[in-house]
Write a new protein. Structure first.
Length: 242
């Protein structure tokens, strides 16, 4: 297939998977329920100065859970043969992945922006530039995790297996990222173990954007995650389509 068709195919896939969300935006509302609950019930325990630390971590948590579970939407299409019928069309295999990930990332960015706006009512403050940078970092993380999620779903093909894989991977990654509690408060071995988790560096970078400090390691980590996630996703879509 000519390369100039990939963008057009990606847009077609993106529009196809986005249209149901536009018609019934329940997913957007449900995706906001848990973060708003954290803001209202957990955030005030941190005091006035804790919002700058808490909200960036909450955004990363939204990216983690929001896109990690995206693969569930692919499984009904695998089971009913819809995806198989799409594969025999001239649509690019890359577009089948990227179009879906694009929808999830757009939804994530919209939800994250709404959470940031809601957090300002509680005491969180950020400049427009900081918000744009923070949302950009969250979007990149969403691309990485969403791509891997679809690839794993296509590999396992069964909901209960996919759920088990997510539970075994996502929860440890979140706990070792310092999203909820600073890892520096724990024993040294736990802190250094968290340093091996690339998500921890992304969390640090997200917080640095809204405060002061270097976001270099987080940017490097999220870039590597994006490259790895897309490479794994595209490779899986090509292999499973063969």
């Amino acid at each position: 297939m000519p390369r100039n068709n990939v963008l057009a195919d990606t847009w077609l896939v993106f529009a196809r998977v986005t249209l149901p969300v536009l018609r019934n935006p329940v997913a957007v509302v449900l995706g906001l329920a848990q973060p708003l609950l954290y803001l209202g019930l957990f955030g005030p325990l941190l005091g006035d100065g804790g919002w700058q630390w808490f909200v960036p971590g909450l955004l990363v948590q939204m990216a983690l859970f929001g896109t990690a579970y995206a693969g569930f939407s692919l499984l009904p299409e695998v089971r009913t043969g819809v995806l198989e019928r799409l594969r025999v069309t001239p649509v690019s295999r890359v577009a089948l992945l990227v179009g879906r990930v694009g929808k999830d990332v757009v939804l994530l960015v919209v939800q994250s922006l709404l959470i940031v706006l809601a957090a300002t009512l509680f005491g969180f403050h950020a400049s427009p530039g900081e918000v744009l940078l923070g949302l950009g970092l969250v979007a990149l993380l969403g691309v990485a995790i969403g791509s891997a999620s679809y690839a794993v779903a296509l590999k396992v093909k069964l909901e209960y297996v996919f759920a088990s894989v997510l539970s075994a991977v996502i929860v440890p990654l979140m706990l070792l990222s310092g999203v909820l509690l600073p890892m520096s408060n724990g024993p040294r071995w736990l802190y250094w173990l968290s340093r091996a988790n690339p998500l921890a560096h992304v969390v640090d970078a997200e917080r640095s954007i809204f405060t002061t400090g270097s976001a270099l390691y987080g940017l490097v980590a999220v870039t590597l995650l994006v490259l790895a996630g897309i490479a794994y996703g595209v490779r899986t879509f090509h292999r499973e389509s063969a």
